[in-house]
Design a protein around this ligand. Structure first.
Ligand code: UN1
Length: 536
């Protein structure tokens, strides 16, 4: 089943809307909605059964591409939140008793269901969030991949056996399910980041309550519909997976302050993360925070130029610069600075901007007008702070009637300029020159954020230096590839204002469980540790 337009509606330079485009949009929406069980009006709460909402507060979901109304969702009120949370709590009592490999089997089936729904869900991501279809499909692939990973992990929730200092004693570590985990996700990865958390949480025996971004509610509804079907077929208690679509100020605040929720895993801005960290910290809950990035790519003199160009191009223009891992800064060795930028500008000139569902499109819209305003403010600030626009810098004339499309932009500017220190979720690439690797690393690390980083070099020494304790200070550091597009097998997250959390692969599952140290005396005598003698 293809959810693409029958005719390629993309044009460069962009054209204004036509009747054909509108007809296509309606048709694509209808097919996607039908295949994912979505309706034009829905309640925003789900605890494993039907969608419901008791309030009056209606959220409109609109396509960022056309502005077309996708549907209306009644947002969860506090009472609806309570219903979902209670379902999650009740389900936990039963779900944690299911053997972990059985939970893994259910997650395997979720992965299978996602394989069947991949085309429809990928198209929905593209429709509602605006990323190009191949990236929408890639995002669903991340969900499938994490399910596969979690299935294996379900048989490996293991702790070590440790040597006791006491005779005839054994020590070991066990990992137990933690409880109901709160997941807060951002618009830019509206399905994958939830899946990273949920797939692991479920094999760990936890239940989840998800508060998705209000900008992409249908993506969350579609995911919940998919897992509900699988969970029901497996006779799981309702409430293993819950969703509450609601305002951050009410439902979000309720979730983070809820002492029944031992772990909040949140993706979003640093500002949001500081609030969540403070509220959850005050109740001594745990957080996984994946916040802003300010990712740089160092282009060394010895680099493979075509590879570096391709990675910089995808890193900065891909997803219209709306990934946490998007390349925001390029540090280019002075000897190749002019050549590199000339070639990069040539690539930028070929960027096709338009309908993200159309085949030829490189770059879709920004998520909304606020994002466009942030783009404009950043470009103006950069100019004012001594930046020189080398490419782009402007908002495009309304495309499909929407002012959500911008030019991919390159700006030469100092790293210390305040705007460069700040993450703008838009396709703006700041470029600067360096002379020595020390200088490049110093510039690289001289930002408040620490998510992803990369170097292009054919020098082994430079590469190793970049990866060493004195190199990149980020949670992700790559050699000869870009800053974005991490695989699910690694731990994902970063340092400094990125929040310090890690999600997805490696041993991140541990965050979703509680660790217990056990000491067993299998001998006949009581021995006190540390040689303490206590008479009696
Ligand atoms: C995000 O932008 O929040 O590494 C997640 C990447 C993707 C995930 C990005 N795998 O770019």
């Amino acid at each position: 089943m293809s959810y693409r337009p029958t005719a390629d509606t993309t044009s460069n330079p962009p054209q204004t809307s036509g009747a054909g485009r509108a007809a296509f949009a309606a048709d694509a929406r209808e097919r996607i909605f039908r295949d994912l069980g979505l309706q034009a009006a829905m309640g925003g709460a789900n605890g494993g059964g039907d969608w419901f909402a008791s309030g009056q507060d209606v959220l409109e979901s609109r396509s960022p591409t056309t502005g077309e109304l996708l549907g209306r969702i009644t947002q969860a009120a506090e009472a609806d939140y309570e219903r979902v949370m209670q379902a999650g709590q009740q389900a936990f009592a039963a779900f944690r008793a299911l053997p972990a490999p059985r939970r893994g089997e259910v997650v395997r089936q979720v992965g299978e269901a996602l394989r069947r729904k991949k085309d429809a869900l990928g198209a929905l991501v593209s429709l509602e969030m605006g990323k190009i279809l191949t990236e929408g499909l890639g995002e669903v692939q991340e969900m499938i991949d994490i399910c596969d990973f979690a299935v294996g992990q379900s048989r490996l929730l293991s702790g070590p056996t440790l040597q006791s200092e006491r005779p005839d004693h054994r020590m070991m570590e066990q990992w137990h399910p933690l409880g109901t985990v709160g997941v807060i996700s951002a618009f830019n990865f509206p399905v994958a980041v939830w899946a990273w958390n949920a797939a692991l949480a479920w094999v760990c025996g936890d239940t989840t309550v998800w508060k998705p971004s209000s900008k992409t509610p249908y993506c969350a509804i579609a995911c919940q519909n998919i897992v509900n079907e699988v969970f029901r077929a497996n006779d799981l208690p309702a409430g293993v997976s819950g969703v509450v679509i609601g305002r951050g100020a009410t439902i979000g605040e309720r979730l983070i302050a809820d002492t029944r929720v031992p772990l909040i895993s949140a993706t979003g801005s640093t500002r949001m993360g500081k609030r969540i960290g403070a509220v959850v910290g005050a109740r001594l809950g745990r957080t996984i925070l994946e916040l802003g990035g300010n990712n740089a790519l160092i282009i060394a003199a010895s680099c493979d130029l075509p590879g570096a160009l391709a990675s910089a191009f995808f890193g900065a223009v891909g997803t219209a610069g709306q990934r946490c891992t998007s390349t925001r800064r390029l540090l280019i060795h002075e000897s190749i600075y002019d050549t590199f930028l000339a070639q990069l500008r040539e690539r930028y000139a070929q960027v096709t901007i338009g309908d993200p569902l159309a085949m030829a499109t490189h770059m879709g819209p920004l998520i909304d007008e606020d994002a466009v305003a942030a783009f404009e403010r950043a470009v103006a600030a950069a100019r004012q702070q001594g930046g020189e626009i080398l490419y782009g810098g402007t908002v495009l004339a309304p495309l499909y009637g929407r002012r959500t499309f911008v030019e991919p932009t390159i700006i030469a500017i100092e790293n210390s300029a305040p705007i460069v220190q700040h993450e703008t979720f838009a396709p703006i690439l700041y470029v600067m020159k360096y002379r020595t690797l020390e200088e490049a690393i110093a510039l690289h690390n001289d930002v408040p954020q620490g998510l992803s980083s990369a170097i292009y070099t054919d020098s082994l020494r430079e590469a190793e230096r970049f990866l060493s304790y004195g190199g990149s200070d980020c949670g992700i550091a790559n050699v000869n590839l870009g800053t974005n597009g991490a695989e699910i097998g690694g731990a994902f997250g970063g340092e400094k204002e990125t929040g310090g959390g890690r999600e997805s692969g490696s041993d991140c599952w541990k965050a979703y469980m509680r660790r217990q140290t056990n000491t067993v005396n299998w001998g006949g005598q009581v021995h006190l540790a540390q040689g303490v003698q206590f008479p009696g």
